[in-house]
Design a protein around this ligand. Structure first.
Ligand code: DON
Length: 304
């Protein structure tokens, strides 16, 4: 039996002594106020046993982690039709780059870079009655937690400085790859990124990707094949131009956000979330990545 609790405790105490914690994201002004000394980790295994250490119950802005959740809802609603609007190839580019979008005629490389997630947001707007409310309810349902909410201060903060996303949405619109108007799509996208959750809630939200599609409440929204595809996208695209490094060091499908969160999972074994607000140069949590490398090394568990 692997002693997850002992491993998480060691990871947490090592994180506490780390002097190089990376830099907190500042292009969304509200995020720059977060204390970079925070560190939390939570793991849930396939038997629903939970292990945790540090600030695992403190909520933070999930940011790009929400892209996997919006993708899963859009995929469950329109199926493979989605892939005519967004591709499934890693970009090798930072999350907010636009150059490939123009070269490839308005079809984003994948749904986990900003441009791809903006297309997914457009799909949700066209297919949900009350998009923001319905999306939030979906997240609450799969997590089995009604306390999850948007942090509207973060939404407003990003709206004021989201110039690259505004550019991306306009470029997508010029290629007819948005059905709704640019402002409505961006408003939805900025809300979804501003969902706040803690590490414990995140592992529960992602439980279904670890558990062949069955969520915490035993409900199924996606087929096993759709879950396989989403996990493949997390592995190849979840960390942008650091996806190779994450696979190399950690060896799990996962997703990061500029709020400092990372969720990763080993199918049929466990789902783990870390939070440390300081980011490395590629925009992924510095200590989060190091913690997950230690976890897969100490347990000997990864997909490889
Ligand atoms: O659109 C943005 O730039 C942010 N709302 C999300 C970016 C993000 O989290 C990138 N992740 N590492």
């Amino acid at each position: 039996m692997i002693d997850y609790q002992a491993i998480l405790n060691t990871i947490n105490s090592q994180a506490a002594t780390s002097s190089d914690r990376g830099d907190v994201a500042s292009y969304i002004p509200e995020l720059s106020k977060i204390d970079k000394n925070k560190f939390g980790i939570h793991l849930i295994n396939a038997e629903k046993l939970e292990f945790s250490s540090g600030d695992f119950q403190e909520v933070f802005s999930i940011q790009s982690i929400s892209k996997v959740l919006s993708l899963s809802l859009a995929f469950s609603l329109i199926g493979d039709e989605l892939w005519s609007r967004v591709d499934v190839e890693p970009s090798g580019d930072p999350f907010n780059h636009l150059s490939l979008l123009e070269l490839e005629n308005g079809i984003p490389r994948n749904p986990l870079i900003n441009a791809g997630a903006i297309v997914v947001a457009d799909v949700l707007l066209s297919n949900l009655k009350n998009p923001k409310e319905d999306f939030l309810n979906y997240v609450r349902k799969i997590t089995n937690d009604t306390s999850i909410n948007f942090d509207l201060t973060i939404t407003d903060s990003e709206k004021k400085t989201g110039f690259r996303n505004i550019a991306a949405a306009n470029l997508l619109k010029s290629y007819n790859n948005l059905q709704n108007d640019v402002d409505t799509v961006l408003d939805f996208y900025f809300h979804q990124c501003a969902i706040q959750m803690n590490c414990q809630q995140l592992t529960k939200a992602f439980f279904m990707f670890m558990n062949g599609g069955k969520c915490m409440q035993e409900q199924t929204y996606l087929t096993t094949s759709q879950i396989k595809r989403i996990n493949a996208l997390m592995l190849t695209c979840g960390f942008y131009d650091e996806a190779g490094e994450f696979a190399f060091e950690v060896g799990l499908p996962g997703k990061s956000g500029v709020g400092g969160g990372i969720v990763a999972l080993l199918p049929n074994k466990f789902c783990v979330a870390t939070w440390s607000p300081g980011l490395n140069k590629k925009g992924n949590s510095k200590l989060g990545m190091e913690a997950l490398e230690k976890l897969t090394t100490a347990t000997g568990q990864s997909i490889f």
